[in-house]
Design a protein around this ligand. Sequence first.
Ligand code: 5GP
Length: 212
Amino acid sequence: MGEMVKPQGILLVVSGPSGAGKGTICSMLREQLPDLGYSVSVTTRQPRVGEVDGVNYFFKTVDQVKEMIARDEFLEYAEVYGNYYGTPRQYVMDLLASGKDVLLEIDIQGALQVKEHFPEGVFVFIVPPSLDELYDRIYKRGTDSAEVIERRMASAASELSFAAKYDYIIVNDVAEKAAQRVLTLMEAERYRVARTYFIVDEICKKKQEIKE
Ligand code: 5GP
């Protein structure tokens, strides 16, 4: 019998306005899908309390990030609220090639860059139920100054208009429910013809072998 061609993993890109809850949803996805590859991003921002280098982010200097950009080491990168954030390319590509699904939790500019080069990814946009709810969540998180909250709120309103560029919109009313919706759509994505046609090939090959 011929060897099954192992399909590439699915690149799942999750973004949305900050405070929409994509961090919580992504943590839940990773708990439910222990095989899901996760790309740790590079950033130039300062670690928050409790954040660990190499776990939450690879914390780098601006010079280090500029060198990585010059060496074309990022799948995408963007400047978000005055800091650089980027996804190291090699790690993600290796995981996908090995058949693993990979989750990227990145901002909208980054997601749109990935979509340009990698349209076969699955692009999910997380939205809050309302802007009032978004404000409450960012405020309660307590990690940002009043000025930063104001900036995040101002950009959230304009960021929502990018939803149309995505494949799926998920309303984060209750995080568990929103995460479940993402799991459901990933399940459906696995059956897409582009990802499963090799099965039909295999069936036809077997039919040929019986005939011979
Ligand atoms: P935070 O500073 O709150 O951890 O992240 C700020 C924003 O940067 C969030 O929207 C987060 O999803 C985004 N972000 C994190 N890593 C990356 C990355 O590698 N690339 C891009 N483009 N955005 C990222």
